[in-house]
Design a protein around this ligand. Structure first.
Ligand code: NAD
Length: 425
C-alpha cells in the first residue's frame, strides 16, 4: 500500500509538473504578457476544510477535504470530487489545473476546479458516507453554486453522492431545488443521458478526425487498448462498430492479444464473469508493457498516468495515440513521440467528451428541458470535432506537437477572455 501511495503521489505531482511545463511552453509561444502568466499559472483558491463525522460506532472522526479553483475567467469552476485515502491538496490542484485547460480546449464556458476528501470509502458504511458527503458539501457550500463552481463525480464518488450534495445545499436555500449545482446526477434529478459513454465517444470522434488528417481509414485499422473500464471498454465498442480490428486489450491484471482480432462484447462478458480480461480464450497473454509496444495503428492508453515514458517511447509502434487516460505520457516521452512522427491526441482534448456532456447536463438543468440521447451525442460530435480542428490548426500553423498545440489553444482562449475582462478594481 505504501509503495502504491508513493507512486501514485509522484504520478499526480508529475501531472502538475507536466501541466505547468506545457503551460509555460504555450505562454512562451503565444508571447503571453508576464502579468497573465503569473495569474494563470496558479489556481485562484485552495480551500482546506477539516470537519467531524459521526461514525456508526458512535465515535466522531475528523476528515480533511479540499476544493481548488482556477481563476474563473471563462465561467464557473467545473471538476469532480474524489474520495481516496491518498488524496492531497497538491493532487487536487494538479487535477484542477488540467480541468482548466481541458474546459478551455473544448470551448466550454467553465474554468477548472477539483475537490476531494481524504478518506477510505471502501471501509465506510453508506450511512457514514452520506454524513461525510453532506458535511463536506456544507463546508464547501460558500464557494459552490451553479454560477460559481459545479462539482461532479470522480474516483469513488458517483451519482449517489451528487444527489446528496444537491439535497444538502438545497436545504441551505430554503429547499430551493438547484440541480445545476452539480453534474453527474441521477437522471431523475436532472442528470443527462449519454454521460456514461461520453468520454469514449469524444475520444472516438477525435480519432476519426486524426485519421482523416493522416489519410488513414478506421475500417480495418488495428487498435490496442490499455485499460478496460468506462473509457476503454466504450472506446472498444465504438471503434469496433466502425470497422476497426481490436488486437489487444488489458486491465490491471494483464493483457490479451490476438492478431486476428478480439470481439469487445465477448471480452466484456468474460471480464464481467471473471473480473479480468486475462484468460480470455483464443488470445495470447501479454503484459501491459508489451501492449504499449505492439505493432498497431491506434494505441489508446485508457488506464493510468505515466504509462508512456522515455524508456518505452522509442519502442512504440502505433501511428496514432488517443489518450483517454489523464496524463498517460510523460513530457520526455511526448518529445520522443513527436520526433518519431507519432500522432498524439493529447488527454486534455481526447478525453474532454466527459466534461462536455457535463456541460450539456448543466445547460439542460438551467432551463429544465432535457434532451434525448441522440441530441446529446450529435452535439458532442460537433463540440469534439470543432475542438480537434482548433488544435490541429494550431499544430499546423505553429509547427508544434499536438499537446503544445492543445495548451496553446486553451491558454490563448483564457488569456483573450482575461484581457477582455480587464482587472478589478
Ligand atoms: P475505470 O476505473 O472505469 O477503469 C480503469 C481501467 O484501468 C480498469 O479496467 C482497470 O483494470 C484498468 N487498470 C488499472 N490499473 C491498470 C494498470 N496498471 N494497467 C492497465 N490497466 C489498468 O476508469 P475510467 O473511468 O475508465 O478512467 C480511465 C482513465 O480515463 C483515467 O485516467 C481517468 O482519469 C480518465 N478519464 C475518465 C473519464 C470518464 O468519464 N470516465 C473522463 C476523463 C478522463
Amino acid at each position: 500500500m505504501a509503495a502504491t501511495t508513493e507512486a501514485k503521489r509522484k504520478g499526480e505531482l508529475k501531472m502538475l509538473e507536466t501541466a505547468r511545463y506545457f503551460f509555460d511552453e504555450a505562454a512562451k509561444k503565444l508571447k503571453l504578457e508576464d502579468s497573465l502568466i503569473e495569474l494563470l499559472r496558479y489556481p485562484k483558491r485552495r480551500l482546506i476544510v477539516n470537519f467531524p463525522v459521526r461514525m456508526d460506532n458512535g465515535k466522531v472522526m475528523n476528515f480533511e477535504g479540499y476544493r481548488v479553483q482556477c481563476h474563473p475567467v471563462l465561467g464557473p469552476g467545473k471538476g469532480g470530487i474524489r474520495y481516496h485515502p491518498d488524496t492531497t491538496l497538491d493532487e487536487v490542484e494538479a487535477l484542477a489545473v488540467l480541468m482548466n485547460w481541458k474546459c478551455a480546449v473544448a470551448g466550454l464556458p467553465f474554468s477548472g476546479a477539483k475537490g476531494g476528501v481524504r478518506c477510505n470509502p471502501k471501509e465506510m458504511s453508506v450511512g457514514e458516507l452520506e454524513r461525510l458527503t453532506r458535511r463536506y458539501a456544507a463546508e464547501i457550500a460558500p464557494i459552490i453554486g451553479p454560477d460559481v463552481d459545479i462539482p461532479a463525480p470522480d474516483v469513488y464518488t458517483s451519482s449517489r453522492e451528487m444527489a446528496w450534495i444537491v439535497d444538502t445545499i438545497s436545504m441551505h436555500h430554503n429547499g430551493e431545488f438547484m440541480p445545476g449545482l452539480v453534474t453527474g446526477k441521477p437522471i431523475l434529478l436532472g442528470g443527462s443521458l449519454g454521460r456514461e459513454t461520453a468520454t469514449a465517444r469524444g475520444g472516438f470522434f477525435c480519432t476519426l478526425e486524426a485519421l482523416k488528417h493522416l489519410n488513414m481509414k478506421l475500417e480495418g485499422a488495428t487498435v490496442a487498448i490499455q485499460g478496460f473500464g468506462n473509457a476503454g471498454s466504450y472506446y472498444a465498442q465504438f471503434v469496433q462498430e466502425a470497422g476497426a480490428k481490436i488486437i489487444a486489450i488489458s486491465d490491471s491484471k494483464g493483457g490479451i492479444y490476438n492478431s486476428k482480432g478480439l470481439d469487445y462484447k465477448a471480452v466484456l462478458a468474460f471480464k464481467k464473469e471473471t473480473g479480468t480480461v486475462v484468460g480470455f480464450k483464443g488470445a495470447d497473454k501479454i503484459t501491459n508493457e508489451e501492449l504499449l509496444e505492439l505493432q498497431c495503428d491506434i494505441l489508446a492508453p485508457s488506464a493510468l498516468e505515466d504509462q508512456l515514458h522515455e524508456r518505452n517511447a522509442p519502442k512504440v509502434k502505433a501511428k496514432v495515440i488517443c489518450e483517454l487516460a489523464n496524463g498517460p505520457t510523460t513530457k520526455e516521452a511526448d518529445a520522443i513521440l513527436h520526433e518519431r512522427n507519432i500522432f498524439v491526441i493529447p488527454d486534455i482534448l481526447a478525453n474532454a467528451g466527459g466534461v462536455t456532456v457535463s456541460y450539456f447536463e448543466w445547460v439542460q438543468d438551467r432551463y429544465r428541458y432535457f434532451w434525448d440521447a441522440e441530441r446529446v451525442d450529435e452535439r458532442l460530435k460537433i463540440f469534439m470535432t470543432e475542438a480537434f480542428k482548433r488544435v490541429l490548426d494550431m499544430h499546423l500553423k505553429h509547427k508544434v506537437d499536438m499537446r503544445t498545440a492543445a495548451f496553446m489553444t486553451a491558454v490563448s482562449r483564457v488569456a483573450e477572455a482575461a484581457r477582455a475582462r480587464g482587472m478589478y478594481p
